[in-house]
Design a protein around this ligand. Structure first.
Ligand SMILES: C[C@@H](NS(C)(=O)=O)c1cncc(N2C(=O)c3ccc(Cl)cc3C2(C)C)c1
Length: 473
């Protein structure tokens, strides 16, 4: 008769069989501070492409291979969900503010998100705010020239940290409110400077509060909680002032031409004012550090990879030589520059994981993961895994332009309907900044050694690198 039947398909193993990181719940909590991305990377090296852990009160499954990320996203349902941030929600309740889409879930999230998509992430919306970001990028170059002309040597070596925050806040505020804050002038105004440090304080105090239940947090460390709330109040006060300015003008008569995302949302009147305020506040605060960090890392990598820097400068010159065209076309004709940003986000992913709660049981690495289990894709570990990227330590933008299958490898902005809504704003802002800066300056760095990174709710350098700008005549 016929030989033995087909080998029984390997039945998925039970959840309990998933290798377990030996850290006890509270020790893993402690490790969360600052080294979270490195702890995950080492766990994957020790335990393999899937492992589970208990962080504080959460059970969580971690994966790093693209095909497991794809499998996870396939089961996210129409209301994808991430872990909430209790301390942020606690602040909104304390001050009776509505939540923006980052903190909403289910139907509430979806209805706000679909309305916001049209102005914030759609190609049509992007084309409208693109010229605003271009003006700010050009002003940054003017600021650098002015600084260089002030000193005798024909170059400038500085820590760009503060300037990059001012650039991204100036850019996102102009796109959001249609107003210039004047942060790239000689004396940036103090109120905006206070807002920038409030965002930094809020992000820094978010990390320790991430897993302490809100009820406990008020007592466990009042200074931490008070600083957190104070920073939030400063953020909301700043955003409210900007919104009031627009709202007054708007009531006096509808502006004839495009004047930013906020004005468009007011005009459409599809979102109630308090929802517009909640989301615009999230975008204002969420548009500063998230975009400034990848710019700093890109400049550093281009400084220590001069041949890549030269190739990109040639591509920019080539794109410009095709005569005056619509800016979006110019940006689309610089694939190497766009790949450099992907390469930066591979090595330095601002959000170091993407989280989902699968709505149905999912099989990951042949293990059965029950619906509702918190799952994370370790972006930092994936970006540096030799199983996913050849020579992962090499900064090589060309890897993204090869015929290789890169699907589910560029996840720095997340995935699907719940991906980063600021993606186009951030990508456009960074592309325009780098186009203008690289066309005007050669970038060099004092030390070529790797930058150590710390996780402070966003991934950032332990010490900002010193960069040298030399004008190109
Ligand atoms: C770093 C990464 N974390 S993530 C979303 O991948 O886990 C991230 C990506 N895009 C945006 C953010 N935001 C902020 O920084 C931020 C600050 C203040 C407020 Cl009111 C809202 C935000 C958001 C969540 C927009 C954060």
């Amino acid at each position: 008769g016929a030989g033995p039947g087909p080998a029984a398909a390997a039945r998925p193993l039970p959840y309990e069989a998933i290798p377990r990181s030996g850290r006890n719940a509270w020790l893993s909590l402690y490790r969360l501070f600052q080294r979270f991305h490195l702890v995950m990377q080492r766990n994957f090296q020790r335990l393999g492409p899937i492992y589970r852990e208990t962080i504080g009160t959460y059970n969580c499954v971690n994966v790093l291979l693209p095909r497991d990320a794809a499998q996870l996203f396939q089961s996210e349902g129409i209301f994808p969900r991430r872990m909430g941030i209790e301390s942020w929600i606690a602040h909104r309740q304390l001050r009776n503010h509505k939540c923006g889409i980052f903190l909403l879930n289910g139907e509430e999230w979806r209805s706000d998100r679909l309305i916001l998509n049209k102005e914030v992430i759609s190609p049509a919306g992007t084309r409208k705010f693109l010229p605003f970001l271009n003006a700010v990028a050009q002003d940054f170059v003017t600021l650098m020239h002015r600084r260089i002309s002030k000193n005798t040597r024909c170059s400038l070596t500085i820590d760009l940290y503060g300037d990059l925050f001012r650039f991204t806040l100036e850019g996102s505020s102009y796109a959001l409110y249609g107003e210039r804050l004047g942060l790239l002038e000689e004396s940036p105004n103090a109120e905006s400077q206070r807002f920038i440090s409030a965002v930094e304080t809020m992000l820094r105090t978010t990390l320790p509060l991430l897993f302490i239940p809100p009820g406990l947090m008020r007592w466990v460390n009042t200074k931490l909680w008070r600083d957190h709330i104070e920073a939030w109040d400063t953020i909301f006060k700043h955003a409210d002032k900007c919104i009031q300015n627009i709202y007054q003008e708007f009531c006096l008569g509808q502006p004839r031409k495009y004047s930013g995302i906020m004005a468009e949302l007011l005009m459409q009147a599809e979102l109630p004012l308090d929802s517009i305020k909640a989301n615009i506040t999230e975008f204002t605060a969420g548009g500063v550090d998230t975009t400034a960090m990848p710019l700093l890392f890109t400049l550093f990598e281009l400084a220590r990879n001069p041949s890549v820097q030269t190739a990109i400068r040639r591509e920019i010159a080539e794109a410009e030589s095709q005569g005056p065209r619509e800016l979006s076309k110019v940006l689309n004709s610089m694939p190497l520059l766009k790949s450099a940003l992907k390469e930066t986000l591979r090595l330095y992913p601002v959000g170091i994981t993407v989280q989902r709660y699968p709505t149905k049981d999912v099989v990951l690495q042949n293990y059965c993961v029950p619906a509702g289990t918190l799952c994370q894709v370790g972006l930092y570990a994936m970006g540096r895994s030799p199983e996913v990227f050849s020579n992962p330590e090499r900064y090589d933008p060309l890897r993204w332009l090869s015929k290789e299958d890169n699907s589910f490898k560029a996840l720095a902005f997340g995935f699907g309907a719940r991906q980063c809504i600021g993606r186009r704003l951030a990508e456009t802002e960074m592309m325009l900044f780098l186009m203008h800066v690289l066309r005007n300056f050669r970038i060099d760095t004092v030390s070529k050694a790797d930058i150590k990174t710390v996780f402070g709710f966003i991934l950032m350098p332990e010490k900002p690198p010193l960069l040298t700008f030399r004008p190109i005549d």
